[in-house]
Design a protein around this ligand. Structure first.
Ligand code: PBG
Length: 336
């Protein structure tokens, strides 16, 4: 029997005693949200002094590379430890073989260099996946039947990850869900001397309908051939499979793992954290951001309180950190 039940029932135990005053609520609070928990996803575009709004994500902007330095300094001053970069490439740079993905002078690679020059202490996480670069918008290479091939794709992902590490990325984050890519990327990084490049694996990434606004933001929605990513992303019905995926990726050399989407999958975050005891992150994805904003803009939910509550819930579920489009705003709120 647990101690609290041994203490006996009402009125020996009045759960409301500790809730009655602010000081005691603070003393027994189990979780705290701090700026250290937050990672801001950043969309980057070509051009100079160019800011584009993302229609389906109110308040989220795509920034040209030259604007990243200022952004990096702001985020650092707010205490945010890292950003996750997502390049939005011109349709003319997209191809069947996604060769722009590993161009040493590509958009992502230049963005990494700009960020590391401006704010060396800000961690830079890059997305390893081919969807911004393929003409069909899928995360890997497509064969004649429309299937996304695994092993050929992994070869390209390895080149992409190496080009990010060479540009100075601190963390490479494969979000493609191909089998074996973590092991292949880890051995290539070792071989090339990038022994301290971290891998944050999107290990439990679901074939979710919550990614819609992101696909608008990176311009891969309109051209997504086949429509679904279900042949590589996980079935939302499955929980055990997430543990299997995460365990494999840790064995292959991932330093951190991620569960994605976030709020509808907090049970998965908890299970992964309890069973594997490794650094575990969760992504409050674009659709979660968009639906919150819709409710805020209609006056149906109170913006500041709900942002902080939604993020605290990730901590309670066991997440070590949260990728969220609210990161900058939340850090401002937390810093008071
Ligand atoms: C694709 C990728 C996606 C997201 C991050 N990387 C979408 C997808 O799988 O189509 C989604 C992020 C979000 O919705 O905020 N490599």
């Amino acid at each position: 029997m647990s101690i609290s039940l041994e203490r006996g029932a009402f009125p020996n135990t009045r759960m409301r005693r500790l809730r009655a005053r602010d000081f005691s609520r603070r003393l027994v609070r189990e979780q705290h949200l701090i700026p250290d928990d937050l990672i801001l996803p950043l969309f980057v575009i070509e051009g100079r002094d160019e800011v584009q709004q993302v229609a389906s994500m109110p308040g989220v902007e795509r920034l040209s590379v030259d604007l990243l330095a200022d952004k990096a300094r702001t985020l650092t001053s707010l205490g945010i430890p890292a950003v996750a970069l997502f390049p939005v490439v011109d349709p003319s740079a997209k191809s069947e073989d996604a060769r722009a993905a590993f161009d040493s002078d590509g958009l992502a690679q230049r963005a990494v260099r700009e960020l590391k020059d401006a704010a060396p202490e800000l961690g830079v996480i890059t997305d390893v996946a081919l969807d911004p670069f393929t003409s069909h918008g899928q995360d890997g290479l497509m064969d004649d039947s429309g299937y996304i091939t695994n092993d050929d794709t992994v070869e390209v992902l390895v080149k992409q990850a190496l080009s990010h590490a060479a540009a100075g990325a601190d963390v490479v984050a494969p979000s493609d869900m191909m089998d074996g890519r973590i092991g292949a990327i880890r051995s290539a990084l070792e071989r090339e001397g990038h022994v301290n490049t971290l891998i944050m694996s999107y290990a439990a990434k679901y074939a979710s309908a919550y990614y819609g606004p992101f696909r608008d933001a990176v311009g891969s929605a309109g051209n997504l051939k086949g429509g679904s990513k279900a042949s590589y992303q996980m079935d939302p019905a499955n929980g055990d499979e997430a543990l299997h995926e995460c365990a494999l990726d840790i064995r292959e050399g991932a330093d951190m793992i991620m569960v994605k989407p976030g709020m509808p999958y907090l049970d998965v975050v908890r299970r992964v954290k309890d069973e594997l005891r490794v650094p575990t992150f969760a992504y409050q994805v674009s659709g979660e951001y968009a639906m919150h904003c819709a409710a805020f803009d209609n006056g149906w939910l109170s913006r500041e309180a709900v942002i902080l509550e939604s993020l605290l819930a990730f901590k309670r579920a066991g997440a070590d950190g949260i990728l969220t489009y609210f990161a900058e705003e939340a850090a401002r709120l937390l810093n008071g």
